[in-house]
Design a protein around this ligand. Structure first.
Ligand code: TMP
Length: 234
């Protein structure tokens, strides 16, 4: 990986140009951040666990007809992906109340949402990734009405595919975040699906197996990431 040109260093992943016009290399690092970067730590093995978790989920989604950027595994922390033109929008779907929605709307943690609650966020670190409406997105010219409808439908579809996968392993998929981008005129799922970008609770005990362990200083973050992966058969 020495001849790669670093294109972008995010909070937990680095993106490299590998001299292929339609592909990129993504490296999952051991960095963990919280509070929009205010909190930072290096957690041994995080990159490896996240890379394997992401590969498993992307494969499940692909098997179920979701088109993703994921192409192949390169090492235990690196993948090759299609080079997407990312929309600067985060799609969050919530099956239960936790985190942001509890603070914003005063809802009790754990409340079940039926149907699930969908939200758009603006991908902008300087602004702290604020929640935005469709009108804000059109005003900022970030995406079309069709893009938003497609992202919304794909996010619900991902939920329908993954909920039973997690349920079988004894987990509640509380919420998750997806990002999409264009590849040769098609909207594909990009970014990642890891325990950094979703909430996963044990169905019986309610124990937290996701990045809230880091955000809330609950400890043993990577132990729980590994346990979740093991229970999913990764
Ligand atoms: P929230 O409760 O902080 O709004 O987050 C909802 C879910 O989406 C949670 O699983 C974390 C994930 N998420 C991210 O990974 N990055 C983001 O920037 C946002 C807004 C949410």
């Amino acid at each position: 990986m020495t001849e790669c040109l670093e294109l972008y260093k995010g909070k937990s992943k680095t993106i490299y140009d590998i001299g292929e016009p339609n592909e990129l290399l993504v490296q999952f690092r051991n960095d963990a951040t919280g509070g929009n970067g205010a909190k930072h730590a290096i957690l041994e093995d995080k990159g490896r666990v996240n890379c394997a978790f992401d590969a498993f989920i992307m494969a499940v989604l692909a098997e179920n007809g979701i088109k993703t950027h994921w192409l192949k595994s390169v090492s235990d922390t690196e993948i090759r992906v299609r080079r997407l033109n990312m929309l600067p929008i985060e799609c969050v779907l919530r099956n239960r109340a936790a985190g942001g929605i509890c603070k914003r709307l005063g809802i009790e943690r754990g409340r079940i949402f039926s149907p699930p609650v969908f939200e758009f966020f603006l991908k902008n670190d300087a602004l702290g990734d604020p929640i935005i409406t469709e009108d804000h997105i059109f005003m900022l010219k970030l995406a079309s009405k069709e893009d938003l409808a497609a992202m919304r439908a794909l996010t619900y579809r991902v939920n329908d595919i993954l909920q039973p996968v997690f349920a079988k392993a004894g987990f509640d998929l509380v919420d998750f975040k997806l990002e999409f981008g264009y590849y040769q005129g098609q909207l594909l799922l990009g970014d990642e699906f890891t325990l950094d970008g979703c909430r996963l609770w044990d169905k019986q005990s309610g124990e937290i197996y996701d990045k809230d362990r880091f955000r809330q200083d609950l400890g043993d973050v990577i132990h729980f990431y590994k346990e979740a992966a093991k229970r999913l058969g990764i």
